[in-house]
Design a protein around this ligand. Structure first.
Ligand SMILES: Nc1ncnc2c1ncn2[C@@H]1O[C@H](COP(=O)(O)OP(=O)(O)O)[C@@H](O)[C@H]1O
Ligand code: SF4
Ligand SMILES: [Mg+2]
Length: 333
């Protein structure tokens, strides 16, 4: 899938634990265009965070290691870059925000100093200019009394304000790519909507591409251009948001949506629960990783299905896709 306009191109990305069997992330590929929003969805433990961290060069190595693949940002290969080269890109060309803001904020420094430090480092700004940019960012993310809050330590802010401060830090240098890993999951529902709206507004202003990892299908429907559904370390379905919601083809995607294609089931905001569990890495089936839980499984599913295109840009890894034919046949029987 060569896409020369893509800002980010990921291909064949595989991650495993040192000494562990089976890839935690297996042959994952996707592209993100400039300014585009890709949502990655899937149950807990499917490899979404490892994927996001690996793009940023933030995988904990050890125990994790990237065993293959390619990650190109603006045509430049990131896998294999030195930690120093990656640190130059992080907070500058690409940035990441997390569910828990203290993952990114240092408790020992004021938020103003932390944002200014990133600006000084990547933009070569002097102390005054860097501090002015920090103030501008705190105002942008809607922190009240921003001039005073510059000198606050993270623990002096509420959870929602800390989340805003982390976003201010991530976006201070106008990155081309922002990866947001469940950025609102830990927040109260009303604050979730505000923080999400903030990310969207800043994204529109700056043209930043966004990879949003989320459990919330309502959010996906609202913000995604494209969606990638991950199951047990693999992408099982990907496509334009309309195709994923209106014509989901992988049994796992259909299960998450809590509805069947063509049957017009109600679309819940959260991922629906599917009976069974994601297989643990040491017990990964050799064939389709969803087979144990799949109501459509057949003998052939003992072989791993490849991702293939059913429609332009809509790709599915299932031997039985397109499923409508089978559903119709079984209903008739
Ligand atoms: N540091 C780690 N050490 C051991 N196993 C890990 C580590 N990080 C993640 N894993 C395992 O890798 C798999 C994918 O994890 P993760 O990417 O965090 O999933 P998700 O973000 O989709 O919930 C899970 O089985 C998880 O237990
Ligand atoms: S390949 Fe087989 S087991 Fe896997 S999702 Fe498709 S029908 Fe189900
Ligand atoms: Mg995660």
């Amino acid at each position: 899938m060569p896409d020369h306009d893509a800002l980010l191109e990921v291909a064949g990305l595989s991650i495993r634990l040192a000494g562990g069997e089976g890839n935690l992330v297996d042959d994952v590929g996707f592209a993100v265009g400039r300014g585009e929003t890709l949502c990655i969805v899937g149950e807990s433990g499917c490899g979404k965070s490892l994927t996001g961290l690996s793009l940023m060069g933030l995988l904990p190595t050890p125990p994790a290691e990237v065993t293959g693949g390619s990650v190109r940002l603006d045509g430049r290969e990131l896998l294999g870059l030195s930690q120093a080269a990656l640190a130059d890109l992080r907070g500058d060309r690409m940035a990441m925000i997390f569910q828990e803001p203290m993952t990114a904020l240092n408790p020992a420094f004021t938020i103003g100093d932390q944002i200014a430090e990133g600006v000084a480092r990547h933009r070569g700004a002097d102390r005054r200019a860097a501090r002015a940019r920090a103030l501008e960012m705190l105002e942008k993310v809607g922190i009240p009394a921003a001039a005073t809050r510059l000198d606050a330590y993270p623990h002096q802010l509420s959870g929602g304000m800390r989340q805003r401060a982390m976003i201010a830090m991530a976006l201070a240098n106008d990155p081309q790519l922002l990866i947001a890993d469940e950025p609102t999951t830990a927040l109260d529902v009303t604050i979730q909507a505000q923080v999400l709206e903030l990310i969207r507004t800043l994204q529109r202003e700056t043209g930043t591409a966004l990879i949003l990892i989320t459990h919330d299908l309502g959010v996906v429907a609202e913000v995604a251009d494209r969606v990638a559904v991950m199951y047990a370390g693999r992408i099982v379905e990907s496509g334009p948001v309309g195709a994923i919601f209106d014509d989901p083809q992988h049994p796992y995607t259909i299960g998450l949506m809590g509805s069947l294609p063509g049957l017009g089931g109600a679309q819940g905001a959260r991922l629906a629960t599917i009976p069974g569990m994601v297989p643990p890495p040491e017990a990964m089936p050799a064939g389709c990783r969803f087979a144990e839980r799949c109501p459509f499984a057949i003998t052939r599913c003992a072989e791993a299905p490849a991702l293939r295109a059913l429609a332009p840009g809509h790709r599915v890894a299932c031997h039985r896709a397109p499923l409508e034919e089978h559903v119709a046949a079984e209903d008739a029987a």
